[in-house]
Design a protein around this ligand. Structure first.
Ligand SMILES: Cc1cc2nc3c(=O)[nH]c(=O)nc-3n(C[C@H](O)[C@H](O)[C@H](O)COP(=O)(O)OP(=O)(O)OC[C@H]3O[C@@H](n4cnc5c(N)ncnc54)[C@H](O)[C@@H]3O)c2cc1C
Ligand code: SF4
Ligand code: SF4
Length: 401
């Protein structure tokens, strides 16, 4: 069984906040570390509390669904696969890609199927921080649309929302949704009160320092920044900072994510076996068009990849089409790899990367039924050795926590 300091010192924490909800201790919460990540305090826990942590923590391990007959080794369970966008032009424009997650959230709230959607947005006290709140109207959900490439802990207050007795949907990173599935093993209210779970594909969470670097490059002082968006208002949309006097500075996606933010990812993301939301009912992603064999980030109308992973997710997808929340068309499974090459290489190399941790004498996460052996065999010995060696070298230098 792992202790909290053990999880943190070995760089396994994703920052989801699930332990805070599961343990329910008034003296325990998430806080921003000097490295710019959200982490639980490294408290000493009782044996009983450590057993709960072991059960709920997605950083420690994931039990996948590879036994599912619709399971694809790279892309997880697939009940239906499509590309599409929100029909409401404002939702499509505001959304990160096609605004599909926001359209589903609005549809569920407006049809009364859920009381609210628990999702992330900019914190009120600091525009580069995130806050997860209950959003119960179109306006609130529209305000939360778009990707925020900064730490968030969407599960930290999920117990409070369960206490309200209300039904709600959840949107988060794949590790948050996986954490929610693990939390359900500890708290049966999760399955009763959270009928829909949505994820987006995720390449990793950058530290807060990444955003501070973007601000520096934009020549906007953090103290003077009154709002900050990473994307949206087009696809992929600009990273845009607004100063107190109303002036703005912006940079394109390639410059913000590609040149700055993705150099600040937390360690756990490098060994993440589920960047595609395998535990969600529906997972969405950028359905990039290609150019010269690579995703093309030229600005255009947004388009999302839509992967329904459960029967419930497929039914919701069909209903969203029938009720005019979204427009979509089917996609062949082979097309995903062209849109999401990073997800192919990371999942294929996770086994080698975690093997390197063994050589370093570090705790390894327990990943089961995620088809990692099958992918490693396909990737070939040389690729695996290169990845193991790279992780071995880098892990001695990088900040793990
Ligand atoms: C850290 C991060 C990494 C990503 N990596 C990839 C990737 O590798 N490949 C890819 O295709 N897409 C990635 N995305 C997601 C992608 O940018 C789009 O969100 C996705 O295409 C869905 O688009 P949409 O228009 O349907 O979502 P929208 O309608 O814009 O809805 C997005 C939802 O995500 C929530 N959200 C945004 N940021 C966070 C956050 N930090 N924590 C929790 N919830 C959040 C919002 O509150 C909103 O509900 C990433 C997003 C983030 C935040
Ligand atoms: S991964 Fe989540 S549950 Fe595990 S220690 Fe970190 S915040 Fe807590
Ligand atoms: S890459 Fe994986 S561990 Fe990192 S934030 Fe995304 S889902 Fe979580």
């Amino acid at each position: 069984m792992a202790s909290l300091p053990d999880i943190l010192d070995n760089g396994l924490c994703t920052g989801c906040g699930g332990c805070v909800s599961a343990l329910g201790r008034p003296d325990f919460g998430m806080a921003m570390t000097g490295s710019g990540y959200l982490r639980p305090q490294p408290l000493a826990l009782s044996k009983g509390e450590e057993a709960v942590l072991d059960k709920v923590c997605p950083g420690l391990g994931l039990d996948g669904l590879a036994q599912d007959e619709d399971y694809h080794p790279l892309w997880g369970p697939i009940r239906s696969l499509a590309t599409g966008h929100a029909i409401d032009p404002e939702v499509r424009f505001r959304g990160s890609s096609g605004g599909v997650l926001t359209a589903l959230a609005i549809g569920l709230v407006e049809s009364g199927e859920v009381d609210f959607v628990l999702t992330n947005g900019a914190a009120l006290d600091d525009p580069i921080n995130n806050a997860t709140d209950a959003k119960a109207s179109r306006a609130e959900l529209l305000g939360a649309a778009g990707s925020r490439y900064a730490p968030s802990s969407p599960l930290a207050r999920v117990a409070e929302h369960l206490d309200s007795g209300k039904r709600f949907a959840f949107i988060g990173k794949p590790c948050d949704v996986a954490g929610l599935a693990r939390l359900a093993r500890h708290d049966p209210r999760v399955d009763k009160q959270i009928p829909y779970r949505f994820a987006f594909f995720c390449a990793g969470v950058p530290s807060r320092h990444g955003t501070l670097k973007v601000l520096e490059k934009l020549e906007v002082a953090h103290e003077d920044c009154v709002s900050f968006q990473y994307r949206g208002d087009g696809w992929p949309g600009l990273a845009r900072a607004t100063r107190a006097d109303g002036t703005q500075s912006s940079m394109d996606y390639n410059s913000s994510w590609g040149s700055i933010l993705n150099g600040h990812l937390q360690f756990r993301c490098k060994i993440c076996p589920d960047g595609t939301g395998e535990f969600a009912d529906i997972a969405c992603a950028d359905a990039w068009y290609g150019k010269d064999g690579y995703p093309d980030f030229t600005e255009r109308d947004g388009r999302s990849l839509i992967v329904a992973r459960t029967d419930k997710g497929r039914q919701l997808y069909e209903r969203a089409m029938a009720e005019g929340w979204i427009a979509a068309e089917p996609l062949a499974i082979e097309e995903i790899a062209k849109m999401q090459p990073y997800q192919v290489s990371r999942k294929s190399n996770v086994l080698a990367r975690t093997a390197a941790l063994l050589l370093l004498g570090r705790r390894r996460p327990r990943y089961r039924r995620l088809a990692l052996w099958q992918l490693a065999a396909r990737a070939g010995v040389m690729g695996q050795l290169r990845n193991a060696w790279g992780t071995f070298k880098r892990s001695r230098r990088v900040t793990l926590n």
